[in-house]
Write a protein that binds this ligand. Structure first.
Ligand code: SF4
Length: 350
């Protein structure tokens, strides 16, 4: 729940803003400011930590500029990335956004939702990840909604996700596309009765209990697993995003319990379509600097000396676990997913 909402002048010209403001008011947010221009200023604070907290408690309703409306390829998850918003109000100490979004962590909701969704029809039939792929081609051209936000975490204030799911599910953008998103939240109720047409894969970001303590402001693991069952019963294709995997002490036991909990939750679901994506923890010099500024007392291990460095495709450095650890983790997850969750198709490991 945000404490502060700001709306840019340009955003007021879009009908979707009225819907967002209706939801914001219904949620009881009283500090709502409509700007006379389009400038969102950085929240101030005595310390970096205070400025961070104020930014995280602020939602901005803005118009996505043309540069942010052009979908980008997003392997290995999907053909294209599509952003309903940028930023997330949760407080994960390893947050992926720290390395990809710059500036104060205000959550920016896009008011021009029609513009955001328009490329779905024009890009259908194109893409290099699932489109035409032997194993994943059945998903059609895929659009990933959770690269720069957690779309379910803000859905009660936007309704953008339900609109996207319904439009794609009813063929508004043609028959060749599907959506996918991952979440650490559990408020799935508004999605359950939508005409989704099995064209949106709802994935839950799940982890060992020892890693959950780094995920401030999110739904607990049992609630995410319960929500997974609810959407699966509602006929959605579902998925597990097991990420970021960390070899914490006793990790085999912890991740084994997680897989068993998921298997128990999905028992009896007919027409189950289940995938798994497994992503190990990594960080970059830039993300470490941002995260240690936001969470100065974090106990998250980000020790370059105990990692292997790899060059990313854009030439930057990222720190991953050493080869032996990666081999051990990969072997365990491949084997245990097959044994404990045989219905799950492992899409990729990284
Ligand atoms: S839920 Fe995802 S996007 Fe939000 S803070 Fe956590 S890792 Fe970042």
């Amino acid at each position: 729940m945000p404490q502060h909402v700001v709306v840019t002048r340009s955003a007021t010209e879009h009908a979707h803003t009225a819907e967002i403001l209706r939801r914001v008011e219904a949620a009881g947010v009283s500090d709502v400011r409509v700007l006379t221009n389009d400038r969102i200023t950085s929240p101030k604070g005595e310390t970096e930590r205070e400025a961070y907290a104020r930014a995280k408690a602020t939602l901005a309703v803005v118009v996505a500029p043309p540069s942010q409306l052009k979908p980008q390829p997003i392997p290995p998850s999907a053909d294209w990335r599509l952003d309903l918003a940028r930023g997330c109000p949760a407080h994960c100490q390893y947050c992926y956004l720290a390395g990809s979004l710059s500036g104060p962590p205000i959550t920016r909701l896009y008011a021009n939702l029609d513009d955001v969704l328009a490329p779905i029809s024009s890009l259908s039939g194109t893409g290099s990840v699932t489109t035409g792929d032997a194993a994943r081609g059945g998903e059609g051209t895929t659009f990933e909604l959770s690269c720069y936000t957690d779309p379910l975490g803000i859905e009660h204030l936007t309704g953008s996700l339900a609109t996207a799911v319904e439009q794609v599910g009813t063929g508004h953008h043609g028959d060749g596309a599907s959506l996918r998103f991952t979440t650490k939240f559990d408020a799935v109720q508004p999605l359950l009765a939508l005409p989704h047409g099995r064209r949106t894969r709802v994935r839950f970001s799940l982890n060992a209990t020892e890693v959950e303590r780094f995920e401030g402001g999110t739904a607990s693991m049992p609630r995410r697993v319960a929500a997974l069952r609810e959407v699966a019963l509602a006929g959605y294709p579902v998925g597990l995003t097991i990420a970021p995997v960390m070899p914490v002490p006793g990790w085999q036991q912890s991740y084994g319990t997680l897989l068993d909990d998921v298997a128990a939750a999905l028992a009896g679901v007919t027409d189950l379509d289940l995938t798994a994506e497994v992503i190990t923890h990594r960080f970059t010099p830039g993300s470490k600097e941002v995260l240690t500024g936001w969470y100065p007392r974090t106990r998250l291990e980000m020790d370059e000396a105990s990692r292997s460095s790899k060059r990313s495709k854009f030439g930057g450095i990222k720190y991953v676990y050493p080869r032996e650890t990666m081999t051990e983790l990969r072997g365990w997850f491949t084997e245990q997913l097959a044994a404990r969750l045989p219905a799950a198709r492992l899409l990729y490991w990284t």
